[in-house]
Design a protein around this ligand. Structure first.
Ligand SMILES: Nc1ncnc2c1ncn2[C@@H]1O[C@H](COP(=O)(O)OP(=O)(O)OP(=O)(O)O)[C@@H](O)[C@H]1O
Length: 617
């Protein structure tokens, strides 16, 4: 094997083998003259946080004026170390040299040279959509094996110092997700993981519920060997994995039951009952004992704890900052991916994962107390990462299940059918109203005459949109110091009161995040945050069919105002309770059916971490 460069032109331009690196203070680690595939000779320089190269063809003047060909000498290209996910040594092979008119004689007219090569794998942001990451690779070559090896070793060693990059992941693939492309999607992105030397244990599911079973029964010693778990599928599949993870391991008191609230209101002589909607307000001092995290004797008796789950919690603490979740979109909606990466793109998601990005995500704990009016009270817990909804949303998910064979189109079909039926449901909702310094968007039915409350509508520019390095979300919960209480900061707010809405509703929804998707570009709640510790409770009161259509139409518009109608109530709250007055009550929890006559929900701030960085909007 040829290991020494025997070409004098090349040899004099490169640094001596082995001793090739030259150091210049702390910042400059290495610099050499190499060939860049499809470009030509470049000086490659590695500073501690950046790799840059400059073409040597600048020796020729006025290149740009000659034949109108671009002057490579003026192009300095670089990639940040943080944007590099892998370095590969490629052995001996061809480097294609650019067809430059003013390159040195031996490089003329598209010469290909054989030499040792190494490839730097990274990404660039798409010009049209900055949230989308496009994988790129730069292959450098040199006749000298040792020099290439030195570069590979140096870059590899620096990449190993990048914090938070995963080494070992558990991957679940739902082959029938979305249009049935789950497996193909995984096969397309798998090379990114192998190049980045991330070990993956891949489980391709054969049935619904399998991922839940694996996640809930996996030994904590094995779970600890992974840096995270990746779902290749849709929101429902991610929800299954999340529930399998949290159900046996996360210990927290339940939210108050609907009867806790009724009881408290009856005992409270100062309760204020307002008009037909029975909005009941209380002061914080009167309901201190209602904090879901201060266990009442009744509540502590209803914890989901058995000795097995206690063991699991002890060995694998939740929240767990090290262990992260990744989602590679292959589903029908993929709202969680769109909200957390800003793109619905498997490559972007895979790059977020191997680069070890991190974002905190609020999780709603939804507790069903009673399945039907005649059921016994028996708490059953689900966790939701994006949205839980009743009425229209429950009906759409029930209807769409009948048409699963249609793939993603089933939601459009089911949505149309349910819309045409225009059913409303009698229900009662109580929610903790917390003073917030943000604009309180709560509708108090104070709009007269006009259907669209334009005067109160915050314009898009006024809305504090959640994006990468979001200020609202960056006050991350301090899990270590105050335990689970840090996850529910707003429950302990000074200014809190319980309020109640009662009546006929077309839908009741609780959004954890904005729920942006391709059909609703701003989501249901444009200014929802990934980890602010709030749920957005959206109550759509019974209204004329045309008005409801108007609301739905606003949802599909960028910059629309779907919440800006007099029949829509929007409450930011950390917790709420719900009781249906009818016999049928189907909820939709992250796209999965959940029958519940009585339920409560509370949100845990930043309970899990995702391999994502938030959208670059
Ligand atoms: N191999 C399988 N066969 C059938 N169902 C499965 C399988 N693996 C997982 N499931 C179930 O399919 C359900 C839907 O999956 P997923 O969310 O990936 O697809 P989707 O409904 O098309 O997408 P979205 O949730 O984004 O609308 C999940 O709840 C999951 O439990």
């Amino acid at each position: 094997m040829e290991r020494e460069g025997n070409d004098s032109v090349l040899a004099e331009k490169c640094l001596p083998p082995g001793a090739a690196p030259h150091f210049d203070g702390e910042a400059l680690i290495l610099s050499s003259t190499l060939f860049l595939d499809h470009v030509g000779e470049v000086v490659l320089t590695f500073h501690s946080d950046c790799l840059s190269w400059k073409s040597l063809n600048s020796l020729d003047n006025d290149v740009s004026s000659c034949l109108g060909i671009k002057d490579f000498s003026k192009v300095a290209t670089e990639i940040k170390l943080s944007d590099i996910y892998a370095i590969e040594f490629n052995n001996h092979g061809l480097i294609h040299i650019s067809n430059l008119p003013h390159a040195t004689e031996r490089l003329l007219l598209g010469h290909d040279l054989k030499m040792y090569r190494f490839t730097v794998h990274g990404f660039v942001r798409s010009n049209s959509q900055p949230s989308q990451y496009i994988p790129v690779e730069y292959t450098f070559g040199h006749k000298n094996f040792q020099l290439c090896q030195t570069w590979v070793n140096k870059l590899d060693a620096s990449l190993k110092l990048e914090v938070g990059r995963p080494r070992n992941l558990l991957v679940f693939v739902h082959p029938r997700s979305g249009k049935g492309n789950g497996l193909k999607t995984w096969e397309a992105v798998a090379p990114i993981f192998s190049r980045a030397k991330v070990e993956t244990k891949v489980i391709v599911t054969e049935r619904a519920g399998q991922a839940f079973d694996v996640m809930s029964s996996i030994a904590n010693t094995e779970l600890n060997s992974y840096d995270g778990v990746v779902a290749v599928g849709g929101d429902g599949f991610f929800n299954e994995i999340l529930n399998g993870f949290l159900s046996p391991r996360f210990k927290a008191p339940y939210p108050p039951t609907p009867s806790d609230i009724v009881h408290l209101v009856k005992d409270d002589g100062d309760s204020l009952v307002l008009d037909e909607n029975e909005i009941v307000e209380e002061t914080s001092s009167q309901n201190e004992d209602l904090s879901p995290l201060i266990s009442s004797p009744k509540q502590s008796g209803s914890r989901i704890s058995n000795s097995n789950s206690e063991d699991k919690a002890a060995e694998f603490p939740v929240p767990n900052e090290r262990f992260r979740f990744g989602i590679i979109p292959a589903g029908s909606t993929d709202a969680i991916v769109i909200c957390t990466t800003g793109a619905r793109d498997p490559f972007t998601s895979a790059l977020h994962i191997v680069l070890g990005k991190r974002v905190y995500l609020d999780i709603a704990q939804v507790v069903r107390w009673k399945t039907t009016p005649r059921s016994e009270v028996e708490p059953n817990v689900r966790y939701a990462a994006s949205f839980s909804g009743y009425g229209f949303y429950g009906d759409v998910i029930t209807e769409s299940e009948k048409y699963r064979w249609m793939g993603p189109k089933r939601y459009d079909y089911a949505g149309t059918m349910v819309f045409l039926r225009h059913r409303s449901y009698e229900a009662e909702i109580a929610y903790l109203d917390v003073e917030s310094d943000e604009i309180n968007l709560t509708s108090k039915r104070n709009c007269w005459g006009s259907l669209l409350r334009a005067s109160r509508a915050p314009h898009m520019s006024e809305r504090c949109i959640c994006r990468i390095n979001c200020k609202v979300c960056s006050e991350k919960p301090n899990h270590a110091s105050v335990g689970v209480c840090s996850l529910t900061p707003h429950l302990n707010s000074e200014e809190r009161r319980w309020a109640r809405s009662k009546g006929r509703f077309l839908s009741v929804g609780a959004a954890v995040i904005s729920c942006r998707n391709e059909k609703a570009p701003d989501g249901l709640v444009a200014d929802a945050h990934l980890s602010d510790g709030f749920l957005h409770l959206i109550l759509i009161r019974d209204c004329p069919h045309a008005s409801y259509l108007w609301h739905l139409t606003q949802l599909t518009r960028k910059g629309g105002s779907p919440l800006n109608f007099k029949f829509v109530e929007h409450h930011k709250t950390p917790t709420f309770t719900f009781t249906s007055s009818g016999n049928e009550s189907v909820w939709n929890v992250d796209g999965e059916i959940f029958q519940a006559h009585q339920l409560s929900a509370q949100v845990f701030r930043g309970l899990v971490c995702l391999f994502a960085s938030g959208p670059e909007i």
